[in-house]
Design a protein around this ligand. Structure first.
Ligand code: AMP
Ligand code: FE
Ligand code: FE
Ligand code: ZN
Length: 300
């Protein structure tokens, strides 16, 4: 059984419609696929229908933008953390409201980034970004990157991030993200399970060491995504030791974005069936405790 639990569609910053991601997953030989668009459940219904058509299992999920504040020897430190939420009830009002704040923060940021670019002499019309973004519910830097490609300023999204959009680059603007602790609690209260996406992405623990992961587990975190392209073999080995120590669920996934991200092909990393089974059990227990149906897995 091949299981990929982290993918994006056009509903956030992937390049294919949810149904096409599901069809591509079936064609790639996957048996279980989670659609985890940024900060939204808007693609679930379409993906579920396609999963039934092609006969694979669809796990409804999302990748929520959060931030974690820690205190270090040199003072307070803030980092972004992407939280994968599987099977939460997206209509649970506190979760829906929290996601709404994140999406508002995304929408507010786009004009601010465009103003920075204009200050650099690069005029990008909001309408161009919106046209290229298509049906997204979660507009973001990747769509601004697409506009820069469209204008011939850069060759691809990667160059746009490196030259303009990454932190420390001239068009970078911060945006609102929910507190990680609050979001872990909300996901569990909504009958879902919470897994930290690529915790050491770009090869740095950056405040997410064993002690912090243990603390987060204490408030409801279920697992960590270890097999991800942003983790090198050494990261993966160290994270596996921590997960074993703490009893965290271990996942592996592609973080597929269609043509929006290279080297993230469907199924390039996968989750072990036993770990997937543990996630489903934890979600069922959370849904039971919460007295909500949570989400649903569609298909076989
Ligand atoms: P945002 O959601 O607007 O904060 O933008 C972050 C998103 O940009 C992430 O979800 C990534 O998928 C994407 N991203 C970040 N760096 C790159 C890159 N170098 N190339 C393509 N996509 C990227
Ligand atoms: Fe993304
Ligand atoms: Fe991510
Ligand atoms: Zn992702």
């Amino acid at each position: 059984m091949r299981i990929d639990l982290h993918t994006h569609s056009q509903v956030s910053d992937g390049t294919e419609a949810p149904a096409d991601v599901v069809r591509a997953a079936a064609a790639a030989g996957l048996d279980v696929l989670a659609l985890t668009d940024h900060d939204t459940a808007a693609g679930w219904a379409e993906a579920a229908a396609a999963a039934q058509e092609v006969g694979i299992a669809l796990v409804p999920g999302m990748e929520i933008s959060t931030q974690l504040e820690t205190v270090t020897a040199s003072g307070p430190h803030r980092r972004g953390v992407h939280l994968l939420a599987y099977l939460p009830d997206p209509t649970y009002p506190p979760l829906a409201a929290a996601l709404g704040r994140v999406l508002d923060g995304r929408n507010d940021r786009v004009p601010a980034v465009l103003a920075r670019l204009a200050g650099l002499g690069i005029e990008v019309a909001h309408a161009r970004v919106a046209r290229l973004a298509g049906p997204t519910a979660a507009m973001g830097r990747p769509h601004i990157a697409d506009a820069l490609v469209d204008l011939g300023v850069v060759a691809d999204r990667t160059e746009a991030f490196h030259r303009f959009l990454n932190p420390g680059r001239p068009a970078y603007v911060d945006r609102y993200a929910a507190a990680l602790d609050d979001m872990v609690r909300l996901v569990v209260e909504a009958g879902g399970v919470a897994v930290i996406a690529h915790p050491w992405g770009r090869h740095r623990p950056d405040g997410l060491g064993e002690e912090q992961l243990a603390r987060l587990q204490g408030i409801g975190l279920s697992g960590i995504e270890i097999d991800h392209q942003d983790h090198d073999p050494d990261d993966r080995e160290r994270l596996r030791a921590i997960a074993a120590d703490l009893g965290l669920v271990v996942t592996g996934s592609s973080d597929y974005h269609g043509t929006g991200k290279t080297d993230h092909d469907l199924g390039c990393n996968t989750t072990h069936p036993d770990e997937y089974a543990r996630l489903l059990e934890l979600a069922a227990a959370a849904a039971e405790r919460a007295g909500r149906s949570g989400g649903w897995v569609v298909g076989p």
